[in-house]
Design a protein around this ligand. Structure first.
Ligand SMILES: Nc1nc2c(ncn2[C@@H]2O[C@H](COP(=O)(O)OP(=O)(O)OP(=O)(O)O)[C@@H](O)[C@H]2O)c(=O)[nH]1
Ligand SMILES: [Mg+2]
Length: 197
């Protein structure tokens, strides 16, 4: 992704306050602490665009980032709050479903969802549920196995293959730490957004 400019637009838990759909959007979803925000920073090549944390629950609302690309294209990247984090308040956990589902069902500019899993943990039930939901809503899914750098080199391919088998779909191996997988995923996302490089 040849980024000219990247900036934070807004964060909200209110679907009516999100930006009007001016540009193609790509959303990033996954379990809490899996590395969603780090992946956005890595894709965009800006270390501190999105706040990351070693503690789960860092990303709360729906966060919009706007990226201008060298060819003139503009893409909105949407960081979604993670699921599966037990320490959140009950009210927050209960509000997650309607908020995310409302987002996924109403954004007319949404071109795909990057679903991120930890390469070491693989696919879990809530990830599979989200994949089924996205398929049912005919939203393109980009399944990413991230933190691949945390595995010894000889286990990386096996781990990615295990995720692929469990999900029955293509998987992108990724590391926000080393940048592995960045170009392949970038290309797939730009294609989905109909932006030529
Ligand atoms: N080694 C390594 N660490 C990573 C990678 N991606 C993320 N991390 C680390 O994992 C932790 C969580 O990363 P975040 O990007 O904040 O995760 P998140 O999914 O946005 O978390 P929430 O917003 O809390 O749901 C941070 O300490 C990151 O530095 C990776 O590819 N490799
Ligand atoms: Mg985050």
């Amino acid at each position: 992704m040849d980024v000219v400019d990247a900036s934070f637009l807004l964060s909200s838990t209110d679907l009516t306050k999100l930006p009007p759909p001016a540009h193609p959007e790509i959303a990033f979803a996954g379990r809490s602490n899996v590395g969603k925000s780090s992946l956005i920073n890595s894709l965009v090549g800006r270390k501190k665009l999105v706040r990351t944390s070693s503690k789960p629950g860092a990303t709360r609302g729906i966060n919009f980032f706007r990226v201008s690309l060298r060819g003139g294209g503009v893409l909105d990247l949407v960081d979604l709050p993670g699921y599966g984090y037990a320490q959140r308040s009950k009210a927050e956990r209960l509000s997650w479903g309607p908020l995310i589902e409302g987002f996924l069902e109403t954004r007319v500019g949404l071109r795909g969802v990057v679903l991120i899993v930890d390469a070491r943990r693989g696919i879990e039930d809530d990830d599979l549920e989200l994949i089924e939901y996205l398929e049912a809503h005919e939203l393109p899914v980009f399944l990413v196995a991230t933190k691949i750098d945390k595995l010894p080199a000889h286990q990386r391919k096996l781990a990615a293959e295990a995720v692929k088998r469990a999900a029955g779909r293509r998987v992108f191996a990724y590391s926000a730490e080393t940048g592995e997988g960045r170009d392949v995923l970038s290309r797939a996302l730009l294609k989905a957004a109909n932006i030529s490089e």
